[in-house]
Ligand binder design. Structure first.
Ligand code: DLL
Length: 441
């Protein structure tokens, strides 16, 4: 399999560390000079960029969190003037306000190189027909992988998400050879193919490149068998760039190589915030080394993983991360869309007649996530006529679907029936529990 940038992906580790330190020093000077919140944080700690003399010194720098995005919404963390920004994407925020990310021309260039690496590592070459079923829009999945596929010289079909039967018809007729989407959508496609009576032998699919949500080895096996493909995992997050942060190689399919020439990674204990040694599970923290528009220092991803360096059969020397096993916050990922309970709460509070007592129930039917929100009605509504109740349900459904960006099923429950909690309210019932179920199978 060709490696997209062997000069970086297979770099001797000592050289890589020199490159990382050089880039780290540069990015620190840039944020100190151009991003007020960073200068303030560093001044408060009495740290100047030149004080950081080794990669180990990074532990003295302050963290960046989603709160920093919120406090500096929308563009306050940008390190360049708006005239240099050529693209804007965003993702859900913890308070309903989205996280806004920007890219310069050079950032887009870097991003497409990194997603080209992802695709290349997963088997894609210029001879492939790449079917991208991630959403195109503010979500980084569609556009991010699109430009990487073009960079490789593959033929790209920007199908975007939804309309599964049409997707299958396109795959069959246009001869798609690589499928790019979430792992759960891949399984759903397999399910719909069965319903339609389309056999995998009628498709030309060879590779599947899946990411944007957690999945397991057993899920990989199932997707591979049902679609007759080789499936690889890739990870990323919008704040840091989008897809392209780390990627599995087809040769080993074990652990995701982190693009260390662009990202410096640490794993910390989320409670003590102390760095953990390689091989220990904790929260992944990322510092961007080459981003221009939105450099991030020690960004706390909230994703739980471990990092480890091992000789890989593919020849890449880049450190690996394990498949993320969960998150340290209450974010849930439904059909690839990130949702925080606080967004549901905020949306509900905008409607009169409903109480702020709710439970979010996530389930998986036919391999597709289903989002239900159970809401307590106030007395007056609950004892209203059926017609009025139905109107209320429709109103909440429309409002939540709009606010969350994912189809929501609303159930109105009797006043005071949802459990009241003395401590932290349990807002989410995740019936998918797919990580556990799949591991068992
Ligand atoms: O999901 C970017 C992406 C798009 C990655 C397409 C891969 C492919 P966000 O919407 O900001 O960005 O969500 C980021 O999704 O912090 C993880 O919790 C989760 N996540 C992303 N990839 C994986 C993965 C995109 N491979 C959040 N395994 C991250 C497990 C993942 N979780």
């Amino acid at each position: 399999m060709p490696i997209f940038e062997p000069e970086f992906e297979c770099m001797p580790v000592d050289e890589l560390k020199i490159l990382q330190l050089y880039r780290l020093k540069k990015v620190l000077r840039i944020v100190y000079e151009n991003v007020k919140p960073y200068r303030k944080k560093m001044d408060e700690r009495g740290i100047k960029p030149d004080d950081i003399k080794s990669l180990e010194n990074i532990k003295y720098l302050p963290f960046t969190t989603k709160d920093d995005f919120r406090e500096n919404y929308p563009y306050g963390l940008f390190a360049v003037p708006m005239e240099k920004i050529v693209r804007i994407h965003s993702s859900s925020g913890t308070t309903g306000k989205p996280t806004v990310v920007g890219y310069t021309k050079r950032d887009l260039e870097t991003w497409s190189t990194l997603t080209a690496r992802v695709l290349s590592a997963g088997g894609v070459t210029s001879r492939d027909v790449v079917h991208i079923a991630f959403g195109y829009g503010l979500f980084t999945g569609g556009f991010g992988l699109h430009y990487g596929a073009e960079k490789i010289g593959a033929s790209v079909i920007p199908v975007s998400s939804g309309q599964t039967k049409r997707q299958i018809m396109i795959m069959k007729d246009y001869g798609s050879t690589a499928l790019v989407c979430t792992p759960s959508y891949a399984l759903h496609i397999a399910e719909v193919m069965k319903e339609m009576g389309v056999d995998k032998s009628e498709l030309k699919l060879k590779y599947g490149l899946f990411g944007a949500e957690p999945w397991t080895e057993s899920m990989r096996r199932e997707i591979e068998t049902r679609l007759g493909i080789e499936a690889t995992d890739n990870y990323g997050l919008s704040e840091v760039m989008g897809p392209g942060v780390s990627y599995e190689c087809l040769e080993a399919k074990s652990g995701l190589h982190i693009a260390e020439d662009h990202f410096l990674v640490e794993v910390i204990d989320p409670e003590t915030e102390e760095q953990l040694p390689e091989g220990e599970w904790g929260e992944l923290v990322i510092t961007t080394l080459t981003k221009e528009a939105l450099p991030l220092i020690r960004y706390r991803t909230r994703d739980i993983t471990k990092i480890y360096r091992e000789k890989c059969s593919c020849g890449r020397t880049l450190i690996k991360m394990a498949k993320p096993s969960g998150r340290t916050d209450d974010m849930i990922i439904v059909r690839g869309v990130n949702i925080f309970p606080s967004q549901v709460e905020e949306a509900l509070l905008e409607i009169s007649g409903v109480s702020p007592h709710y439970v979010i129930v996530v389930d998986r039917k036919d391999h597709l996530d289903e989002l239900e929100v159970w809401v307590e009605a106030e007395d007056a509504i609950f004892f209203d006529s059926m017609r009025k109740q139905k109107e209320m349900i429709d109103k909440i459904t429309e409002h939540l679907t709009q606010a969350l960006g994912v189809k929501t099923i609303v159930k109105l429950v009797e006043p005071k029936t949802l459990e009241r909690s003395m401590g932290k309210a349990k807002r989410v019932v995740d019936r998918r529990d797919f990580l556990k179920n799949y591991e068992k199978s």
